[in-house]
Design a protein around this ligand. Structure first.
Ligand SMILES: [Fe+2]
Ligand SMILES: [Fe+2]
Length: 164
């Protein structure tokens, strides 16, 4: 069984992961609106990945005989000043999510809930990847600056991302 405290925290984390999906879907739609289909694709794949994260937590709660309580998902921002501004927000958001995952890991360690600790290892590794991949695009966008040729090339690169 899960403790009530961990159950509540994972329920909140499920909402946070679904909110991430919503944020990235909103970013995808923003990129579509400025004709950057490759960026939009990258964000659409990312949104799907976030639903996968929510479902991993969901499965853990169910397998531990806990109770899932779904709650309202808040509306994300719908517009950004530039592609760089959107990816800076994505990077900042992933840093925040890393903090949330670390908090749950600390809680699981304090409660000696080894099963939750074990499950969280996947997320700890995943957050390293998430911060790295969003920051890498921030850095490329900074390098590109106002060079539209560079932006076009990066758009073509991001069009290649597929659902794993
Ligand atoms: Fe996530
Ligand atoms: Fe990822």
């Amino acid at each position: 069984m899960l403790s009530k405290k961990i159950e509540n925290t994972i329920n909140k984390q499920i909402n946070a992961e679904l909110w991430s999906a919503y944020l990235y879907l909103s970013m995808s739609s923003y990129f579509e609106s400025i004709n950057l289909g490759g960026f939009a694709n990258w964000m659409r794949v990312q949104a799907q990945e976030e639903v996968g994260h929510a479902m991993k937590f969901y499965t853990h709660v169910i397998e531990r005989r806990g109770r899932i309580i779904v709650t309202a998902i808040a509306a994300p921002t719908v517009n950004w000043k530039s592609p760089l501004n959107a990816f800076e927000d994505a990077f900042k958001h992933e840093q925040k999510v890393t903090g949330l995952i670390n908090d749950i890991a600390n809680m699981a360690a304090a409660e000696k809930d080894h099963a939750t600790t074990n499950m969280l290892q996947w997320f700890i590794d995943e957050q390293v990847e998430e911060e790295l991949s969003t920051d890498a695009i921030v850095q490329k966008l900074k390098m590109i600056g106002t060079n539209t040729g560079g932006l076009y090339m990066l758009d073509r690169e991001l069009a290649q991302r597929k659902v794993k």
